[in-house]
Ligand binder design. Structure first.
Ligand code: NAP
Length: 306
């Protein structure tokens, strides 16, 4: 099958670390252009303006947006209005309503919109979902503690309105939680720690129905923790390394300790959606973040600087 030609927008950390290698390794895709004010990809026509790229490259049928969430809506809307399919990094937007608007626009024009959740593609997530499918969850505990200076070096946007703070990684855990738990849960209470000099939380503790809880913290140095532990009457499950490694009753039970399978799987799914003329828009992880920001008790903590 002929490859699909794609434009990648926002050549920053995740574009360079994951999108570009995943595209280069796939027979489904040809990277036909980039749009970024500063970043480029060697050998690929580079633009700083979205409209110019869309005009110059009618062969680009898909636009993948690796921008931070706040500037993403305008870029996505422009691409859809120009008749291109759109793939959105997580979180899919700065607000829920803007993603609903994009979904309506894509549907009206017969275009594909894909709200990606890369952590759902981690190696052990599908087997964890299958193991839980016929079980009753009695308790689930999420611990997502990482070092913001390591994963978002100097990225002030994460602490600006719409940047989501610690929910930027935390939403990855919520994307797995909403995918693997056999029954939906809803937020009941939350505590959010905001640095006095910042607009978004650096830590959050969430309590959900169904005895499900989450502990997100961006201040962890040294070993990083991305764990989800689930108890059932039939045994316990642990997903470690961001969903890549599975343990059942404390014993290794599959997966692979590598993040590198997630983006190839996202791009394979996008190729499938485009070829089938379908969209995939799931906002459930982001609903929990919006609920936490609505319901959460706010605690002021010490200033943060990179
Ligand atoms: P980033 O490097 O700060 O941003 C990506 C690029 O977007 C920047 O290099 C910049 O390119 C452009 N950009 C930034 N702010 C902009 C603005 N206000 N208007 C227009 N363009 C802007 O961020 P990232 O870490 O790659 O994250 C991007 C998205 O990927 C986020 O939604 C994040 O949650 C997601 N993600 C990140 C990671 C990670 O490990 N960092 C992992 C998975 C997913 P130019 O200056 O060249 O325009």
């Amino acid at each position: 099958m002929a490859p699909l030609t794609l434009a990648l927008v926002g050549i920053g950390k995740i574009a360079v670390d994951q999108h570009v290698p995943a595209l280069a390794a796939s027979a489904d895709w040809r990277l036909g252009a980039t749009v970024s004010r500063h970043g480029t990809v060697p050998g690929v026509p580079a633009y700083t303006d979205m409209a110019q790229m869309l005009d110059a490259h009618p062969e680009v049928s898909v636009v993948s947006l690796a921008l931070p969430p706040v500037p993403r809506f305008a870029a996505a809307k422009a691409a859809l209005l120009a008749g291109r399919h759109v793939m959105l990094e997580k979180p899919p937007g700065a607000t829920l309503a803007e993603v609903h608007a994009l979904a309506a626009l894509a549907a009206a024009r017969g275009l594909t919109l894909y709200t990606t959740w890369h952590s759902r593609m981690a190696h052990a997530v599908a087997p964890a979902k299958a193991w839980l499918a016929d079980k009753t969850v009695t308790k689930a505990t999420i611990t997502w503690r990482e070092d913001v200076r390591k994963w978002h070096p100097g990225q002030d946007w994460v602490f600006e309105p719409g940047g989501m703070g610690v929910f930027d990684p935390g939403i990855n855990a919520l994307s797995i939680m909403t995918h693997i738990l056999p029954d939906p849960v809803h937020l009941q209470s939350a505590e959010l720690e905001f640095p006095a000099n910042r607009q978004t939380p650096i830590a959050a503790r969430l309590s959900f129905s169904g005895n499900v809880s989450a502990d997100f913290d961006w201040r962890q140095t040294g070993p990083q923790t991305w764990d989800i532990q689930v108890q059932t009457p039939q045994g316990s499950l642990a997903l470690r390394m961001g969903g890549n490694v599975l343990e059942i009753d404390g014993q290794p039970s599959g997966g692979a300790n590598s993040l590198m399978g997630e983006y190839p799987a996202l791009y394979a799914r996008m190729a499938e959606l485009v070829r089938q003329g379908q969209s995939e828009v799931d906002l459930t992880p982001m609903i929990h973040v919006a609920d936490a920001l609505t319901l959460g008790r706010r605690i002021q903590t010490e200033d943060f600087s990179f």
